[in-house]
Each structure stands twice: as structure tokens, then as C-alpha cells.
Design a protein around this ligand. Structure first.
Ligand SMILES: NC(=O)c1ccc[n+]([C@@H]2O[C@H](COP(=O)([O-])OP(=O)(O)OC[C@H]3O[C@@H](n4cnc5c(N)ncnc54)[C@H](OP(=O)(O)O)[C@@H]3O)[C@@H](O)[C@H]2O)c1
Length: 55
């Protein structure tokens, strides 16, 4: 299992995160708006919200 950080909340971010989660990886979503990042992470199921600094 890998730990994958994705910056952005758009079409590519959602698609890549979905495939990474399906492959059994840990995925964190990073966006300029933390509330929107949480929305995407929740919608994906199993993703978490991260920060650029920590990544
Ligand atoms: N969609 C495709 O099929 C496709 C195919 C090949 C390549 N690409 C490329 O992949 C990239 C993303 O495409 P997309 O369709 O996912 O675009 P998108 O839906 O417009 O999403 C772009 C995301 O990037 C974020 N972003 C932009 N500048 C940022 C910055 N300086 N710091 C943090 N976040 C930033 C935006 O944040 P905000 O919401 O805060 O603005 C948004 O969440 C583009 O470069 C595109 O050309 C896309």
C-alpha cells in the first residue's frame, strides 16, 4: 500500500483518487478550500484531508 497525496479537487483529482483507493492505497485530498476538500474526501469514501505543508 502506498500513501498518495493529491492536490486539487477537480475532475482529475477525483478520478485519480478513486482509482488509487480502489487499488488499496491511502489517499489524502489537498485543496485550497478545506471544506471542499472534505466534501470530496467524504464523497470518495476512505480518503482523508491533508495539507500541502504536511505532504
Ligand atoms: N480532465 C482531463 O481529462 C485531463 C486530461 C489530461 C490532463 N488534464 C490536466 O490536469 C489538470 C487538472 O485538470 P482537471 O480537469 O481536474 O481540472 P479542474 O477540474 O479545473 O480542477 C483543477 C483543480 O486544481 C486546483 N488548483 C489549481 N491551481 C491550484 C493551486 N495553485 N493550488 C492548489 N490547487 C490548485 C483547483 O482548485 P480550486 O478549486 O481552488 O480552484 C481545482 O481543484 C489540468 O492541468 C488539465 O489540463 C486534465
Amino acid at each position: 500500500m502506498s500513501s498518495i497525496s493529491i492536490v486539487g479537487l477537480g475532475n482529475m483529482a477525483g478520478a485519480l483518487a478513486d482509482r488509487a483507493l480502489a487499488g488499496g492505497n491511502a489517499v489524502e485530498i489537498i485543496g485550497r478550500d478545506p471544506a471542499k476538500a472534505k466534501e470530496l474526501a467524504d464523497a470518495l469514501g476512505g480518503a482523508t484531508v491533508g495539507t500541502v505543508g504536511a505532504a
